[in-house]
Ligand binder design. Structure first.
Ligand code: HEM
Length: 441
């Protein structure tokens, strides 16, 4: 049998990973080239023709439209709790797949993730009432509604006062709304997910680069969020220059106000070269500019204020994202070799994600700083409000699988400060981890 490309078991170095234009479209093109299932989709060791299912998929068309020709095993497993989806899938079976999957992750029926998923499904369907789940959902939508109201009030105030301070305040609230709406683009299509597009970001693109790539293959070579700013910002474990290790880490935070504008620029390029079309939600930031101008602000001043709103939001968004509990020398990163707890997909997540004790437990912080991070990674389509409800099931399953006690421990042993420092330590790291089981004491 062909030797895997890397010690963690990925079979190939991802095609197009190092292409200079890092976009959602490039990631998809690379995956379809490497998987190569033509007009079919792979789940486990079988191929399916989902062409007729695309338009009736309850989660929305995009997930299947963009993944034709790919192995979607990971996304299929972590997006659905209800075992009923397997019966639906069986209707579209075509033939067995030839060869092993390119991904090393496993979903054994009696393994950690599938056991946990089954228990979570049972718990939510038998022990948690509909009212409880609706109340959890309501808590989140209320936060988002209030943030939306505050943002538009501040935008109007920006136009009337023409104050840069007010524009910065609008930018801060915009970052909070955007991060909060992350909860919604993981789910079936819904209007709340388009709040992500209020910044110069695209929910369509982030469903690919974040929901499919980052969640499916966290911190591996297939994680778009790892490769996005390479070779400048390089979290992998391999030989790096002194500039990469010690100089760039000092600079990244100072230029993060440019992040939104770089994203917008890449979108314009990909639209111009025909890799995607303009979507109505792409225009939401321009509507804000129009609003500031329409409310009486001279056009040039309106543009300056709008740049301050989005520059502020971009700055905070990039910082919150980069310190959001993925980068620390204790955590698995591409180049580390074998996964610490084995190849079960859920265990791979535990190896690459951490919780923060000073973020979890405060609803606003959880929603806007990617809190309850481990459970969110394991069950991204569940509302953030529901994650606390399933925590005891997770803890019990960790104990049953004899995982190190600190994985199941509440609260986490890590603070936001540990994880902020961890970013610098990880960028400097060039040697694979020794056998690490938790935060070094
Ligand atoms: C790229 C792969 C896929 C992704 C990312 C995905 C994503 C999703 C999402 C986000 C939802 C809504 C979940 C929620 O908001 O609670 C959903 C629902 C659903 N999906 Fe998929 N899906 C994928 C593939 C499939 C396939 C291959 C099938 C079966 C042929 C399928 C069948 C369903 C069904 C039946 C539901 C309704 C869930 C339920 O009854 O609980 N999906 N999917």
């Amino acid at each position: 049998m062909e030797e895997p490309y890397s010690k963690d078991g990925f079979r190939k170095y991802p095609t197009l990973r190092d292409h200079p234009l890092k976009t959602a479209a490039q990631w998809l093109a690379g995956r379809t080239a490497d998987d190569g299932y033509g007009h079919l989709w792979r789940v486990g060791d079988k191929l399916y023709d989902l062409s007729d299912f695309i338009k009736i998929h309850p989660g929305g068309r995009q997930w299947l439209e963009v993944t034709r020709g790919m192995d979607i095993t990971e996304a299929f497993e972590y997006s659905h709790l209800n075992p009923h989806v397997r019966t639906v899938l069986a209707k579209y079976y075509v033939q067995p797949a030839v060869g092993s999957r390119n991904s090393p992750y496993t979903f054994e029926a009696d393994g950690f993730y599938m056991t946990l998923k089954e228990r979570v499904h049972q718990h939510l369907s038998t022990k948690v009432s509909r009212e409880e789940k609706e109340a959890a959902h309501k808590r989140i939508t209320t936060v988002q509604d209030r943030l939306l109201f505050t943002f538009f009030t501040l935008l109007v105030a920006t136009a009337w006062t023409q104050s840069y301070m007010v524009a910065m305040s609008a930018g801060i609230v915009l970052m909070l709304i955007i991060n909060c709406s992350h909860n919604f683009y993981h789910k079936k299509d819904n209007w709340r997910m388009f709040c992500w597009d209020l910044g110069l970001l695209s929910s369509y693109e982030w469903r690919i680069t974040h929901a499919l790539s980052h969640h499916g293959y966290t911190n591996t070579l297939w994680d778009f969020e790892l490769s996005d700013f390479e070779p400048y910002v390089d979290f992998r474990v391999h030989s790096k220059s002194l500039t990469q290790r010690y100089v760039i880490p000092l600079v990244i935070f100072t230029v993060s106000y440019l992040f939104f504008f770089v994203e917008a620029f890449k979108r314009i390029v990909t639209i111009a070269i025909g890799q995607q079309r303009v979507r109505p939600e792409n225009l939401l930031p321009l509507v804000q500019l129009f609003l500031i101008w329409w409310l009486g602000c001279p056009f040039v001043q309106a543009v300056k204020l709008w740049l301050v709103v989005h520059g502020t939001s971009s700055y905070l968004f990039a910082i919150v994202g980069i310190i959001a509990a993925h980068h620390h020398p204790d955590m698995y990163h591409a180049g580390d070799g074998a996964f610490q707890y084995g190849n079960d997909w859920g265990l791979g997540q535990l190896d690459a994600v951490r919780d923060r004790k000073d973020v979890d437990g405060i609803l606003l912080a959880e929603l806007t700083m990617y809190g309850n991070h481990v459970l969110h990674h394991l069950f991204p389509t569940l509302d953030h409000g529901v994650l606390d409800i399933i925590r005891p099931v997770f803890q019990q399953t960790c104990l049953d699988f004899k995982l190190p006690a600190e994985l199941a421990q509440l609260p986490s042993r890590y603070t936001q400060w540990d994880l902020s420092l961890g970013v610098f330590q990880q960028l400097a790291r060039t040697q694979p981890r020794l056998s690490v089981h938790s935060k070094s004491d």
